[in-house]
Ligand binder design. Structure first.
Ligand code: FA5
Length: 348
């Protein structure tokens, strides 16, 4: 083999080893491999040029080339192992987790007491065979009043002081318009058994027991042969499910233009158990809702022949129930979003 070849090979080897020592990551290592051992490398070119040599020279150069190639490959492998180990150590260090550190506090929200009460009441009525439906908060005078047997000049309008948006549009003052909307949607089919939770609005002065915006849950049952005793039995089952098996309800005569007869429904005072206290003003009873048998005129206006069908309806204030359930003395606490108040419901 000529000295020129020998020197050239030695120079290639030295340079390759020097640049290999400088390769410090996997990418540089790969680049080195292509550059030093690839087809277009100096070694590759020499292998190609070997074809033109005399057989003896070709053998000697071939052996020398192979040796160098093997030596460089070996060097590449050990460098690769070194770099891989270094990179792995770095990655492990970067991803190191100190399992002894205290966990980060994830602030937990709590379900609002009104939402809780709504869910609880929904569950009770669903178990009694009712479905839950919702309706619009912006209503028409027609549905909020007229189809509920409260014409424009009727004194009963004063019972619910109204936020009017225009002459015809208003913020619903109660969930009762959904009685009519539900019957219209059912188009004469029976049985109807729905409850309707939702926000309602009245121009009431805010005080400890009144809010200008509050939550009602309407109930409506329509079928053949529905009687007042069905209303009482349903409400009694509801009261027992919500406040315990010793609860009872009391019906007192009342007046709503859309029910006949109408009643107000009381529970045994949850604070004193009926003996009389400040909360029940010494009576032993607490009013929770208004109810009655659906007025025949409302049935007829909604497409249900009142000669054939009867029904009962009720409307309760969810805030009132939440206040009884959680011993809240002022309805405004339910709307002020004071975290000190709301946090108490985290584990309730
Ligand atoms: C009604 O709104 C009738 N629609 C209820 C009804 C439905 C009767 C179906 C018959 C058949 P009333 O105005 O009494 O009735 O309101 C019902 C409940 O809402 C009350 O018992 C009370 O718990 C609650 N409520 C009334 N006004 C307010 C207010 N300003 N703030 C908080 N809760 C209120």
């Amino acid at each position: 083999m000529s000295d020129t070849w020998r020197h050239e090979l030695e120079a290639i080897r030295e340079q390759a080893m020097a640049s290999l020592a400088l390769a410090s990551d996997s990418k540089a290592l790969n680049d080195w491999r292509v550059e030093v051992l690839g087809k277009k490398s100096a070694l590759g070119q020499m292998s190609k040029a070997m074809g033109g040599l005399a057989p003896e020279d070709r053998r000697v150069l071939g052996e020398a080339l192979n040796r160098i190639r093997q030596e460089l490959e070996q060097a590449w492998r050990s460098r690769q192992a070194e770099i891989e180990a270094k990179e792995k150590a770095l990655r492990l260090e970067r991803e190191r987790i100190d399992v002894t550190l205290p966990g980060r506090d994830v602030p937990l929200g709590a379900m609002h007491p009104i939402s809780r009460v709504i869910e609880e009441i929904e569950d009770i009525f669903v178990s009694l065979g009712f479905s839950v439906v919702e309706g619009p908060e912006v209503e028409t005078d027609h549905y909020n009043f007229e189809l509920l047997n409260i014409p424009k000049d009727h004194p009963a309008r004063d019972m619910q002081d109204t936020f009017y948006l225009t002459d015809e549009w208003l913020l619903r003052t109660h969930t009762s318009p959904m009685q009519v909307r539900t019957m219209e949607r059912m188009r004469g089919r029976t049985p109807i058994r729905v409850i309707v939770p939702g926000r309602v609005y009245r121009r009431d002065e805010d005080d400890a027991t009144h809010s200008h915006q509050f939550t009602q849950i309407e109930g409506l049952v329509v079928d053949e042969g529905i009687r007042m005793s069905d209303l009482k039995g349903t409400l009694e089952a509801f009261a027992k499910a919500l406040f315990g098996p010793s609860q009872r309800v009391r019906l007192r005569p009342s007046y709503f233009p859309f029910t006949e007869p109408s009643c107000e429904v009381d529970l045994v005072c949850v604070s004193c158990g009926g003996s009389g206290c400040r909360m029940c003003k010494g009576t032993g009873w607490i009013e929770i809702l208004g109810a009655g048998m659906v007025h025949p005129r409302v049935l007829d206006m909604s497409g249900y022949d009142s000669a054939r069908y009867t029904g009962f309806a009720f409307g309760l204030g969810a805030e009132r129930i939440a206040m009884l359930r959680y011993g809240i003395s002022d309805i405004r606490m339910l709307y002020q979003n004071d975290l000190r108040f709301l946090r108490q419901f985290r584990h309730a």
